[in-house]
Design a protein around this ligand. Sequence first.
Ligand code: ARG
Length: 468
Amino acid sequence: MTEQKKSGSAKLWGGRFAEGTAASVEAFTASIHYDYRLYKYDIAGSKAHAAMLAASGILSREELTAITDGLTTIEVEITEGTFHFRRELEDIHMNIEKALVERIGPAGAKLHSGRSRNDQVALDFKLYLRDQCDEVITLLDGIRRAFVRLARKYLGKIMPGYTHLQRAQPVQIAHHLLAYYEMFGRDRERMVDCRKRLNLCPLGCAALAGTGLPIDRQQVAESLGFAGVTANSMDTSGDRDFAIEFTSGCTMIQLHLSRLSEELVLWSSQEFDFVNISDKFCTGSSIMPQKKNPDIPELIRGKSGRVVGSLMALITLVKGLPLTYNRDLQEDKEPVFDAVDTISACLAIMAELLENLTFKTERMAAATQKGCMTATDLADYLVLKNVPFREAHGIVGRAVAYCLEKGCELPDLSIAELGRFSETIGKDVYEVLSVEGSVNSRISTGGTGIQRVEEALLAAEKQLGIGQ
Ligand code: ARG
């Protein structure tokens, strides 16, 4: 029976089937409605594969030209939105291949020599993710730049540092901001690392076992900018580690964005009143005219669920799969697409929001004056006078309790009052009890002392190529 005589005969794999595919099955198995996104990579991969087939003598020069030109035409049509995608052709690979055969005839039918959709889809996905790594890195640099600009602007200004969301020790606003610079810096490294590890070409592994045709995998890899080829064809056709790694990197980014969002929501509340998020980045309430809501950070925080969900979907997807390709793996793309769309949108809008954020430095500084925030400094003062730290901790704890009872702060206590807790305390104590003294004393590496923060800021500016 020829392909033409069967119902549903458009299939590129239709040869061994006596009956056409049920419409319900076509609907259920199709992935074209989302994997069309890979078209550029599919076409780039096919062109590289065709060039290699020509070099190996499997395609003639004329056939190669026809294939390359045909693929270029298809790419233009898809980009311009005039290409007709067919669901019965399942996915992007078969939509493009079928269109090519229809346009250029038998030469198009030779393109799939020495490859399978299994290595083809792995190739497309890797090429796509390689570009996404680069784009995410650019977005991460954008948000890191925003933090560095803010840190420079507020260098020297002080705020309460918190642990357990309780006032703990005074810190520099710039130090707090540069903490995020570090976090997004690690996210950047993860993307660089992910890109490096995924940058090995899977094409030529064919279905699972390699091919007997005289292909040159190295040539394809080089022409597509890969660092080399994957080593084991069976590993390659079922490997989705790279997608999981990428999505895990996305998840970490989203978690960092979510923590930042939480702080912005808190800080913009009347209770904290530490920052002003520009009107352009807030929305109002349909019923309460006085409201100005921090919807952007709230939505970013809320979108964490979907990114974490994507990671869960992927890791669950591969758990329990026997080696090489299983159709389950078609479920790998949507979570990745959703994760990267989500973090890209969140990174971009958060960078913009940060550029439009102002800190209420006086309120932040005032907040450091309450809560005995220099208590640790007093303990350290005693340590330097040879009081064992645990004993010093107890002394200061009692002094703090006294302040709480009296309704005052540590620097408000007279030397006589302080002397009741320890004879070691002298007049020089007031230097360490001031908030400025406290911050500036913290000159240990990575600490909040002005010198350290300035060094960190300069290093960050240098890294990002920001001149002053
Ligand atoms: N659409 C498929 C996917 O995304 C392509 C690979 C299909 N391979 C196969 N042998 N059915 O995984």
